[in-house]
Structure formats: C-alpha cells, structure tokens
Design a protein around this ligand. Structure first.
Ligand code: FEO
Length: 408
C-alpha cells in the first residue's frame, strides 16, 4: 500500500514523500521488503513555486493531490529535474499535462534522456550549466552538476539562504523511515543499514563519483545544514552522518562498529554448509560482528542485504558448491555483482568450495575476484564432505587470517 506525507522543512520549503510499500524489487532487481520512499520538494516564493523532482508514474494522481495541499498546481513556475530515472520523473507526464508550458531545468544529459522516456520533445526544457543560478521571486538556488549519482544526468541544487542541499539519489536509502527527518539516534541507527544496502545496490558502482562530488561541494564552499535526498530520511539534525557514511561506503569501509566478517555461501547437499558451520562456530567466540547469509535447499537470503553487508565488511568468506562442473549459478550471480559494483574497493576474501570431480568453483571464483582487483587471502577447497581434521584446521586458519588483518 502507498501513502504520502507532507512535511514543512522551513517556512517556504515542503517535502512531499511517497511511502511505497508495494514495490518489492527496486529496479525490478533488488528485493526491498522494507519498501522505499520517493521525496519531492516544493519551494514557495512570492512569484510562484519551484517543484523539485517527483515520484513514480503509478503515483501520479497522488502526487498532484499532494502538490495541491501546498500550492495551486498552476502556481508552479519551474520544475528542477535532478535525475531522469523514472522513480523520480514518472509522475512528470501527468504534471506537464496539467500545467502545460512550465519551465523544466536540468542537465543537457537529462533533457535528452527525459525526452526519450516521455516520448516527446520538451521545448521548455532549459539545460543548465554547472553552477548556474535558478531564480524565482526572492529565492535563488545554485545548480551543481554531480554526474553518475547515479546516472550521467545527475545534479544537485543548493538553496544557500536556507542552507538546504537537494541531492536526489545521493545520500538516499531504502526503507520507509518512521519519521521524515533524522529525529533521533534510534531512527538513524534503524535507517543506516537500509541506506548502506541502497548504496551497495545502486550507487556503489559509481563510488569514485561520490568522493568527487563531496570534494566538489567542499571546494565550492557549500555550507549545507540540511541534506534533502530523493529517497529516505531528510537530514536536518546530523547531515554529517549520512555524508560520512557515504564516503566510508564509497571506500568500501565501515562507518564505526566492530571488525566485521560476512559469510555468504551456497550449499546443495550440505558439504559446503558443514565447513561454514564449523567456521561460524569458531568465530562466534571472537569479539567481531559476524553476518551469515545462505543459499541452500531450505533458504535463499535477501541479495540486497548480502551486497550491503559485504560492502563494509573487513573480511568476506564466500562458500560455493560446484554445479555441473562450474561455479554454482547463484554464487556466480552474487560474484558478478561484487565484481561489477565493488570494483576498485579491493575487498578481502577467503574462498571455501567443495567439488565432486572438478574444483571449478574455486578456480572461477579466484579468477573473477582477482580480475576485479580483489584480494584473496586463502582458498579452502576439498573434494566431497570435509572431515574432522580439515574442519578444525580450516577454522583455525580463518581465525589466524582475522588476527593477521587486525594486527596489520
Ligand atoms: Fe532513485 Fe537512480 O533513481
């Protein structure tokens, strides 16, 4: 079910948040049982209003209803498009049909992509240069190009007088937070894992662009006090938390917390699971954060969470069964995502694999991860079911690897 909330951020800035509990797979790919929000904003001025971004197409009539709770639709003079992905622009078609010739503002990339998505030319779309001002009445905004957050078309807008930075996908997250702003530490702690999963699924491939964008904001002297993204919490009290978290994730690091080990494994008949269970039992006595995800004949865990937890792990243990003389296809899918999205982050891995007639899972995992620049610290490969001696030795070897990393 979808509902919306209207929230007054300042005397003339409003958030319109659609809480989408219906979408189960973001982009049709990533499982999000926690849901997602689409955040649009309205700035009212003495000479009409500026609309910033929008919602998904299926919520268009609700979007118009929400706008009209803040301002007469016909008072909208300008619409700022930060990013053309249809989770933010799907509702634009309905708005344009109702409004007619309103001025659209965005990057040149956004113009061509939006025309393709809407299937019509947009003569009222004015491409803005980096740093160009948007003015209406007594409001002045600065349009800042921040490409690849998360497409080449993306930008942010800074409202200097109110110190609000509108960021669209950047600094966003999955889930439908209980509040619209970062109202308490509990709310923030509840939300950050969802923001990290979103980062891992959607933004991580462009991590270097996150670092570049934050550097750019600093070099421009952008002194934001509020970070207003297109998804998730609006950061009013501690915007530094989400910015520092994004920077840590962009480097593949943790933002606080204990040394973190993530185990992800596939097991067809328990031969991989037996080894993983032995390692888990040994690691549970250590003062670390341990997360375990499995793909077996009983359970398939949530791949969005898998990637999110791997992103900021200090050590990843991948356990894979061999399937038809090759890498188990479920593990292949996960590893392809790692290699594509985490390329350049040089995550550390231990590989565990079992085989019947060819040690192909180990070989394929090693090749794929090495080609993507990952560090493989240890391979634990065996034929069939692991015996007691191997279980004990392998578990001790994993503990030694952790001690070596922590001591380095
Ligand atoms: Fe939230 Fe890249 O769209």
């Amino acid at each position: 079910m979808a509902t919306y909330r209207k929230y007054k951020l300042t005397d003339n800035v409003y958030l319109l948040r659609l809480d989408d509990a219906d979408t189960r797979f973001f982009e049709g790919i990533w499982p999000i049982p926690e849901g997602i929000t689409y955040n649009a904003y309205i700035i009212t001025t003495g000479e009409g209003s500026i609309l910033i971004d929008g919602w998904k197409r299926e919520f268009s009539s609700m979007f118009i209803e929400a706008i009209e709770e803040v301002t007469d639709l016909r008072d909208i003079r300008k619409i700022v498009i930060h990013h053309t992905e249809p989770d933010h622009t799907g509702s634009l078609d309905a708005v344009l049909r109702a409004l007619g010739n309103v001025e659209l503002l965005g990057t040149q990339f956004a113009k061509s992509m939006l025309e393709a998505f809407l299937g019509k030319s947009l003569p009222n779309f004015k491409p803005l240069k980096d740093g160009e001002k948007i003015t209406l009445g007594d409001v002045e905004l600065t349009f800042i190009h921040t490409p690849w957050l998360h497409w080449p078309d993306t930008a942010m807008t800074y409202y200097a007088e109110k110190k609000i930075l509108f960021t669209c996908d950047a600094f966003g997250g999955y889930s439908i937070p209980r509040t619209v702003i970062d109202a308490s530490e509990d709310i923030v702690n509840e939300y950050l894992p969802h923001a990290r999963d979103y980062f891992a699924n959607i933004v991580a491939k462009y991590s270097q662009h996150v670092i570049k964008a934050v550097d750019k904001l600093v070099s421009m002297g952008i002194d934001y006090k509020i970070v207003a993204p297109g998804h998730g919490l609006v950061w009013v009290n501690r915007p530094d938390i989400i910015v520092k978290s994004y920077l840590a994730w962009a480097r593949g690091e943790r933002f606080g917390g204990k040394f973190k080990v993530v185990i992800v494994y596939s097991s067809m008949y328990g031969n991989v699971e037996k080894m993983i269970s032995s390692i888990v039992e040994r690691l549970e006595g250590l003062d670390i954060e341990l997360k375990v995800y499995k793909f077996t004949d009983k359970t398939h865990d949530n791949i969005s969470d898998v990637l999110g937890d791997m992103l900021d792990a200090d050590l990843i243990i991948l356990g894979a069964s061999t399937y038809e003389g090759a890498l188990n296809p479920l593990m292949e899918k996960i590893v392809s995502s790692i290699c594509s999205k985490f390329k350049g982050l040089r995550k550390r891995f231990i590989i565990v694999s079992s085989y019947g007639w060819a040690a192909s899972a180990d070989k394929e995992l090693t090749r794929k991860l090495t080609d993507a620049g990952m560090e493989i610290i240890k391979n634990i490969t065996y034929k069939g079911r692991p015996g007691r001696d191997l279980l004990e030795k392998a578990s001790e070897d994993v503990v030694k690897v952790i001690r070596d990393i922590r001591g380095a």
